[in-house]
Design a protein around this ligand. Structure first.
Ligand SMILES: *Cc1c(COP(=O)(O)O)cnc(C)c1O
Length: 431
């Protein structure tokens, strides 16, 4: 099957992390997110171990927690020794409430508000990934008011165009993130950062986008970043201690997507980085990488109940489910492809071509179009695979539909990670 934590059991049902998904749907009701804790832990270990092995002990793997943020995930990744990326006050608060060590938190975002900057400093966030001039000024001023020196890493855009969805590309020169190297603006920004009090520049950051399947793209951005480190060393006499090469490691959503071997890819990048540092005459910096999607995506799936099967004679068939763009907006946003199957008929042939429709009042509320499923009817359970990343974290209450719970599986047992929202939750802040 698509991932090794999926199989079909003796009842013909889809089994996930060794647990019968039809039984889970029955016990916890649908719609429901399910997470395989062991898979998340395996992924954390794959990054941590290969980064230490190939980049040395100082290297660090950061979990980009915007992919999936709730308290228990911070406890799991902390337990595995990961650091984390956060992108908002809300993510910082969640990590803090979960007891995540704040010195291992890296604060991203292209427009951190002054309130967020202040909150992050009060929490003791380790590093700010500084985006622009206004932000440098604000960090310097607020750190001064608090009598601290804030460590920062400067976000730069290496000018790499990844072959990925438009909306998730971030490394090209006209990106809304960071400062462009190509235009000469980055070196001026570094000069400015070095001139400001109360901040300490630790190094540089880049992130070229998401769903990258080759080491080559990371090597290309490493080349530009290391040349830039050498340039800054020569021009400004400052040598970066840290180089963050970003995240974006690709994940398989459909059978035709490639497999990305984490260890091999990191080895490939490390060989390149070491040679490049030597030839550019710079000291090998501490290397950071920040995978999000690839830590959690295939550790998740979503279970729905089929409500109707509607065939428009001569046109198409719709399978309507009890969730949709509120819990998974990725098809509506980017046309992202998914694999799905009928969990309680997983051993049957997928011979029914259909479109999976959500329940929102919006024609674009679809999960997949022209996908092959098992023949199904009202009451069957639909499993949409690989929904661990950017589903719960992107969920909304559109149409005042309560958000789904998260059930975590570990050692064949299940527990609730996030409770299902109630109607009372939905009106809680309404006056
Ligand atoms: C989103 C993001 C990541 C993680 O990207 P994935 O595709 O989920 O691995 C890493 N770094 C930054 C700066 C990001 O914005």
């Amino acid at each position: 099957m698509l991932h090794t934590n999926l199989s079909i059991n003796e009842k013909g049902n889809l089994s996930f992390a060794g647990v019968d998904t039809a039984e889970l749907a029955n016990e916890y009701k649908t719609p429901l997110y399910v997470l395989d804790e062991e898979r998340i832990r395996e992924k954390c270990r794959a990054y941590i171990n290969s980064m230490k092995k190939y980049f040395g002990e100082s290297a660090q793997a950061l979990y980009a927690s915007k992919a999936l943020s709730f308290k228990e995930i911070y406890r799991i990744v902390k337990d595995e020794g990961m650091s984390v990326d956060v992108v908002s006050g809300g993510e910082i608060y969640t990590a803090k409430e979960a007891g995540f060590p704040m010195e291992r938190v890296y604060f991203h975002g292209n427009n951190k508000t002054d309130d967020e900057i202040e909150f992050a400093m009060d929490c003791g966030v380790g590093y700010f990934m500084a985006d622009c001039r206004e932000e440098l000024l604000a960090i310097s001023r607020i750190a001064g008011e608090k009598g601290i020196t804030q460590k920062i890493i400067m976000r730069l855009t290496p000018g790499i165009d990844t072959h990925t969805y438009e909306a998730v590309r971030t490394g090209q020169v006209d990106s809304k993130f960071g400062t462009a190297i190509e235009t000469g603006q980055a070196i001026k920004m570094i000069e400015f950062a070095l001139s400001l009090p109360n901040i300490s520049l630790d190094g540089f950051h880049c992130h070229v986008g998401s769903q990258v399947f080759d080491g080559e793209t990371f090597c290309q951005s490493a080349e530009i970043m290391i040349d830039f480190i050498a340039l800054v060393k020569k021009e400004l006499g400052y040598e970066a201690k840290t180089l963050n090469l970003g995240g974006g490691f690709g994940v398989r959503y459909i059978e035709s997507d490639p497999h990305l071997d984490i260890e091999k890819t990191i080895e490939e990048i490390s060989v390149y980085v070491k040679n490049k540092c030597a030839s550019a005459g710079v000291t090998m910096p501490r290397i950071l990488m920040e995978p999000g999607r690839s830590i959690v995506a295939d550790a998740g799936l979503t279970l729905y109940s089929v409500g109707s099967v509607k065939t428009i004679t001569g046109y198409k068939s719709y399978v309507a489910i009890d969730g949709g763009m509120g819990d998974n907006p990725r098809y509506a946003l980017y046309g992202s492809l998914y694999s799905a199957l009928i969990a309680n008929k997983a051993d049957k042939e997928a011979s029914f071509k259909c479109t999976i429709a959500g329940k929102c009042c919006e024609s674009g509320d679809l999960i997949a179009e022209d996908i092959m499923l098992q023949e199904c009817e009202k009451g069957d359970i639909l499993a949409v695979l690989t929904t661990g990343a950017y589903n719960f974290s992107m969920a909304s209450n559109y149409n005042r539909i309560p958000r789904l719970p998260i059930v975590i599986l570990k050692d064949g047992k299940s527990r609730i990670g996030v409770k299902r929202e109630t109607y009372e939750d939905i009106v809680r802040n309404d006056m």
